[in-house]
Design a protein around this ligand. Sequence first.
Ligand code: PLP
Length: 427
Amino acid sequence: MDHFHYRQGLLHAEEVPLAAIAAAVGTPFYCYSSATIERHLAAFRTGLAGLDTLVCYALKANSNQAVIATLARGGAGADVVSGGELERALRAGVPAERIVFSGVGKTAEEMAQALAAGILQFNVESEPELLALDAVARRLGKRAAIALRVNPDVDAGTHDKITTGRKENKFGIAIEAAPRLYRQAAGLSGLRPASIAMHIGSQLTDLRPFEAAFGRLRDLALRLRRDGIALERLDLGGGLGIPYGRETPPTPADYALLVRRLFGDLGLRLMFEPGRLIVGNAGILVSRVLYVKQAGRRFVVCDAAMNDLLRPAMYDAWHAVVPLNEPAPGAPLAPADLVGPVCESADVFAKERALPPLGAGDLIALRTAGAYGAVMASTYNTRPLLPEVLVRGHEFFTVRPRQTLEALIGQDRLPPWLSQRPAKGAA
Ligand SMILES: *Cc1c(COP(=O)(O)O)cnc(C)c1O
């Protein structure tokens, strides 16, 4: 459920007509709905009521300061995967004791930064990382609370590029190796084993992989308990899918029932790292049609492109396309390819999609673009990063202005041998 809807024939974000935002900031732009973000956080928590939980929003899905701050106000923590994201979380007001640091390649500098900030937990993904973190912590006179991120070797049944819990994926530590590594960690004075972490993939639309993975996680928790490892919590990761089109992912309530059944009796705090579920449907990408090109097929060329929203090119993702002006009832739908201006054949948002009549100047929205949208944008083709706008009720605010060409090109530097103008007479 989201708060983007037609009202008197015009697509609104909450109470704000999107055409008004387009007039203010130009196109293309990202628009996020505060009410939708808050609603998804609440929906995720409702089923877990009564359990001791901490929801650590996975920042990588959408790391705009205003989005993080909205969630921090709602009491969410943060799951970060870089020193940059750690800084973003802290600046947006997430308390350090609600921050968990994930990722396979943390540098010593990032570890030191996180230890100095006093974060809750490091999710460690390999034995060398375990030793490196121990060394950094001892050097700083600290003890790092850790979870080992275990890989349960479960196929999440999602797109290959977003599955993470199989043996051949680079993520985590084989679950069979975990007991030995926990014993080793317990003997290192810079570390304090406090938790087990797991994250098997993204956009899961079936509970069964979760059930299989969580069962293994439960067995491991009981085993470690017998081994005398004093766990305080479990980190169940993120990955719950959302409806982009016709998918019917499990509801947060179904997911919560599973969690309760498998972990409710352990007396451990339960942590979660949802990203997409919180912000995916809370964002849209608004674009303007530049040309309609009839070349055997109908190509609708719009001013947004794959550099602005990479998901269709990268993950074959399907995004609903809707005009900002509601089509008349019974308006004819005909197949069209919605494409951007970037010089790549992969710059296609929708192929042979049944779309209403569209003409140059019309505004359209790609829905469900709040997660892994703006954060994955690049400036390919020297296209400035898009503005991001946050709506709350009747208000809207530009939470990131459009990048200027000066900011984009002005970062380049000429070496001395190119900075003099060519001598007079040079060809
Ligand atoms: C990406 C990621 C998440 C968030 O995944 P979603 O599918 O967006 O919920 C959570 N935890 C880790 C470790 C991740 O890498």
